[in-house]
Every structure is written in structure tokens, then in C-alpha cells.
Design a protein around this ligand. Structure first.
Ligand code: G3P
Length: 192
């Protein structure tokens, strides 16, 4: 997946035939400029039919559900990105009951990932780069989470997130994660 809200970057990587989906967040959207967040999401969904993550900014249950249900109406490939919190878990399980796919974001431990998978998250986003930033081995979490999902036949898929280098993408794949979400620059580094 491409981790961006910049339309040109999405078009370019799509043209290379290697784009399976896109993840966005409020920070990436703010950096990209352009129209409103829903307008940008709609444009992205017009480029790729793969999963497109739209992140909620509310932190109360009603707000998260309202934003998520609104985003879900934009296109059939929208996935609601919900932060890993107690309220987030409730929202994820509610969305799961409603058949709305979710991406549990800001996962910083295997235990958090297990809970998100149990709540019914479609995707789990462990933030490897941010753990590396605080001198922890981010990929260890991906290895553990991947093993837990495999051993117990849980359906959630790991998206290796906060990837900063091709090494993260490679090691995430070897650890068993089928997906990494990657900044445009890192995809270019993979080519070079
Ligand atoms: O995929 C999550 C990402 O957008 C955060 O990346 O590099 O700011 O930790 P980073």
C-alpha cells in the first residue's frame, strides 16, 4: 500500500502496477493539500479499487461511529482507520457487526494487536518506525503478531506501518506480514 494522500504519488505508483491499496491519516491529508478529506478519499478510490484507509479524528464513540459510517459511504473500498484505544476497540467491534472494514492504527505492542484482531479489525497497523525511534525493535512486534495470527487462525491482516526504509518492507514481509504501507519516497528507494 502507499502511505500518502498525494494524488500524483498514487497515480504514479498505480501506473507501475504495484499498488494494492492506500492508507491516509489526517497528517498526510494536511500535508497533501487539495480539497476536503472526503473529496480526496473519493479521488483516491477512483484510482485504486484496493482498500483505502480513512482515519477518524473523533475520540468519543459516537463521533468515531458517525465519521466512520460517513466515510464508508464514499466508496465500497473505504476502510475505517481507528486508533487503538478502549473506545477504539468498541468502535471496531461495532463496525465489524455492521460489515464495515477497519484498520486498527497506532499499534505499538503485540498485546494491542491481539485485542484489535479479537475485536474484529480487518487490518492491524503496527508502527515499526516509531518503535525504532525509541530504541525498540519494531519488527519484533510484527514477528510476534504474525505468529499469533497464524497459530490461532485469526483473520486480521497485518499492515506494517510507519515504514521508513526498504529494510522495514523486506523484514516485514519475511516476518509474515502480507502488507506494508510505504511512503512514496521509500518505494522510490526500493527501485533504486
Ligand atoms: O503509516 C503510519 C505513518 O503514516 C506514520 O509514519 O513515519 O510518521 O511514523 P511515521
Amino acid at each position: 500500500f502507499l502511505d500518502t494522500a498525494v494524488i500524483d504519488e498514487i497515480r504514479i505508483v498505480h501506473s507501475w502496477g504495484v499498488l494494492d491499496g492506500v492508507t491516509t491519516n489526517p497528517t498526510l491529508f494536511a500535508k497533501a493539500g487539495g480539497g476536503s478529506y472526503p473529496e480526496v478519499l473519493e479521488e483516491i478510490c477512483g484510482i485504486t479499487s484496493g482498500p483505502v484507509s480513512a482515519e477518524v479524528i473523533a475520540d468519543d464513540l459516537e463521533g468515531i461511529l458517525r465519521e466512520g459510517r460517513t466515510f464508508a459511504k464514499i466508496a465500497p473500498n473505504i476502510v475505517i482507520k481507528v486508533p487503538m484505544t478502549e473506545t477504539g476497540l468498541t468502535a471496531i467491534s461495532t463496525f465489524a457487526e455492521e460489515g464495515i472494514p477497519t484498520n486498527c492504527t497506532l499499534i505499538f505492542s503485540t498485546a494491542q494487536g491481539m485485542l484489535a484482531a479479537k475485536a474484529g479489525a480487518t487490518y492491524l497497523s503496527p508502527f515499526v518506525g516509531r518503535l525504532d525511534d525509541i530504541a525498540q525493535e519494531g519488527l519484533d512486534m510484527v514477528r510476534e503478531l504474525s505468529a499469533v495470527l497464524e497459530i490461532h487462525g485469526m483473520e486480521a491482516e497485518i499492515i506494517v506501518a510507519s515504514t521508513r526504509s526498504p529494510r522495514h518492507v523486506i523484514d516485514g514481509a519475511i516476518a509474515g506480514a502480507a502488507i506494508a504501507t510505504v511512503p512514496f519516497k521509500v518505494v522510490q528507494q526500493m527501485i533504486k
